[in-house]
Structure formats: structure tokens, C-alpha cells
Ligand binder design. Structure first.
Ligand code: ADP
Ligand code: MG
Length: 297
């Protein structure tokens, strides 16, 4: 085991060594014929074409866009040591502390947070938990809560999760349906942080993440959307989502249920398309969902 860090020097190695097993899974999830990924492209920031989706505020409760990143030179969570996690935590905090203006914020360690503070952040959809059985069984919670925590700005519109499922998750979120504003804030944060940190990347897989469903752009753009009429017939809702390459989740994230006809609906594909295209898939799909809800009896 002592040469493990050497073996994992390049994070893409696991995905290459086990490609016969993993490539079919990746192709099936991201709906591509080949595992290959275009260069990063966030689109024209000054004319993205994402007008607010729901001007009257009838359907969209909140909008969130996140990406995952891994530090180059560190192994994926199941084989990371506590020391490596601590190292990654320190590096990340140092980089986050250089952010200015709207993105400027503070780091809150899971090790020192009170259970009440933690629960409040979870209830408000800002904080992660360690209750995903799949992730736990895969070793994603090793050493919990050591070197885990969350950084956020004053109004909690830019957040960073440290050592949750991935080494890093960058998140931009706010109330309402202004997809453009949320996305632009995230892009600005990524551009500033990539000057300070080196993210693991492979030509075939894009940005490398622990879970194959997150590879490529690693981008999940979601809305919490109130669709009480469609909620009465989840089969119809699921079909609209499938046709538009969207994924419905429950109100408390992956593997949870909808509450009161509110769903978390996001783009499903992340690899084999650019960041801008992934955003457009979500934007156009959500437009369809709103129309379907308006038309539903
Ligand atoms: P991911 O792993 O893609 O970041 P999860 O499904 O694990 O997302 O959910 C993480 C948290 O983000 C949950 O609390 C979830 O409710 C919250 N969340 C996801 N989308 C939105 C949204 N559009 N508005 C508010 N909270 C959201
Ligand atoms: Mg998650």
C-alpha cells in the first residue's frame, strides 16, 4: 500500500485501467457513442441568452449550478489519507480566501460547527450530509468529518464544499429563476480559482470526478420547481424529463422524494458537450416543463 500515492499520481489512471468496465457505463449515462470530451467552453458571458425563466415567480423557487473538481496530484476519496484531505482543505481555503467582491466569504469546518448550525445549513439546502449509502459504501465518507467543510459568501450565493463526494464542489445559487446570473457568478469563481489551484483533467474525460456520472463538464444546473399538476402523474413528468435529457430529484437532493409538488430538475448529461451546451439543455428543458405545467389540467 505504501506506493499508493505514486500509483494515483494521475487521477485519470483509474478510469483508463478500468476502461473496459467504465466506458460503457459512462457512454450509457451521458448518452454518447465514445468517451471523449470537448474543451471547456462557458459560452459568451455577455450574451448567454438565458432570460429569467419564470418572470412571475410562479414555478421556480430557486436555481443552482454546481461543478465538481479534483486536485491534481491527490487520489480520489476512498484512497485519500486523512493527511491528504487536510492538505487539500488547507490549499483550498488559501485559494478561496483570495476571492474578492461578491465572492468573498468564510470557511466553516464541519469539525467545529455545532449540530444545530449544521442542521440549519442542511435544511436551507446549502450543506451536504453523509447519508448516501452508495457513497458511504464506496468509501466516500472515510475519516468523516475530518477535513470537511463549507465556504460561503455573506448572502450564501457562492459556496464551496470541501471533501464531500469530490475534493471540491463549487456552487452558485439563489432564489428565483435567473439562470444567467447564477451561471455567470459560478463561471467568474471558477476562472479566479483556476489561477490558484490545479484541477485534474483528462482529454477523454474532461474534469475528473469520483463518480462517472459527473465527469466532463461536471456541471449540474438545477431548479427547484413547483409543478403541482405534473406531480399528480409522475410518469408524464418523467417522460418530459427523459425527452429533454433532464433528471428529476427530490427536494433534499439525490435519492430523496418530492415534497408538495416541488422537484429538483437538472441537466442529466455532463460529458461529451460543453458547459454552455449543458446549460442550454437545462434551460430549454425547464422551459418545456413550465409550458407542460401550464397546459396540464
Ligand atoms: P449535487 O450532488 O448535485 O450537488 P444533491 O442532489 O446532492 O446535489 O443535493 C445537494 C443539495 O443541493 C441538496 O440540499 C439539494 O436540495 C440542494 N439543491 C439542489 N438544487 C437546488 C436548487 N435549485 N435550489 C436549492 N437547493 C438545491
Ligand atoms: Mg450529491
Amino acid at each position: 500500500m505504501s506506493d499508493l500515492p505514486e500509483l494515483w499520481k494521475k487521477l485519470s489512471e483509474g478510469y483508463e485501467v478500468f476502461k473496459e468496465l467504465l466506458d460503457p457505463v459512462i457512454m450509457d449515462y451521458h448518452k454518447v457513442d465514445k468517451v471523449e470530451h470537448p474543451p471547456c467552453d462557458f459560452g459568451p458571458q455577455d450574451k448567454l441568452g438565458f432570460d429569467p425563466l419564470d418572470a412571475t415567480g410562479e414555478f421556480i423557487v430557486s436555481t443552482r449550478v454546481r461543478v465538481g473538481r479534483s486536485h491534481e496530484g491527490y487520489p480520489f476519496p476512498p484512497v485519500s489519507t486523512d493527511e491528504q484531505r487536510k492538505d487539500m482543505e488547507n490549499k483550498t481555503i488559501a485559494a478561496l480566501n483570495t476571492l474578492e467582491g461578491e465572492l468573498k466569504g468564510k470557511y466553516y469546518s464541519l469539525e467545529t460547527m455545532t449540530p444545530e448550525e449544521n442542521q440549519q445549513l442542511i435544511d436551507d439546502h446549502f450543506m451536504f450530509k453523509n447519508d448516501d449509502k452508495m457513497l458511504g459504501d464506496a468509501g466516500g465518507y472515510n475519516g468523516w468529518p475530518k477535513a470537511r467543510g463549507i465556504f460561503f459568501n455573506d448572502n450564501k450565493t457562492f459556496l464551496c464544499w470541501i471533501n464531500e463526494e469530490d475534493h471540491l464542489r463549487f456552487i452558485s445559487m439563489q432564489k428565483g429563476g435567473d439562470v444567467g446570473e447564477v451561471y455567470k457568478r459560478l463561471v467568474s469563481a471558477i476562472k479566479q480559482l483556476e489561477k490558484k489551484l490545479t484541477f485534474a483533467y483528462s482529454k477523454r474525460h474532461g474534469y475528473l470526478t469520483f463518480c462517472p456520472t459527473n465527469l466532463g463538464t461536471t456541471l449540474r444546473a438545477s431548479v427547484h420547481i413547483k409543478v403541482p399538476k405534473l406531480a399528480k402523474n409522475e410518469e408524464v413528468l418523467n417522460k418530459i424529463c427523459a425527452d429533454n435529457k433532464l433528471q428529476p430529484r427530490g427536494i433534499h437532493g439525490e435519492h430523496t422524494e418530492s415534497v408538495g409538488g416541488v422537484y429538483d430538475i437538472s441537466n442529466k448529461r455532463r460529458l461529451g458537450l460543453t458547459e454552455y451546451q449543458a446549460m442550454q439543455e437545462m434551460y430549454n428543458g425547464i422551459k418545456e416543463i413550465i409550458q407542460a405545467e401550464k397546459n396540464a389540467k
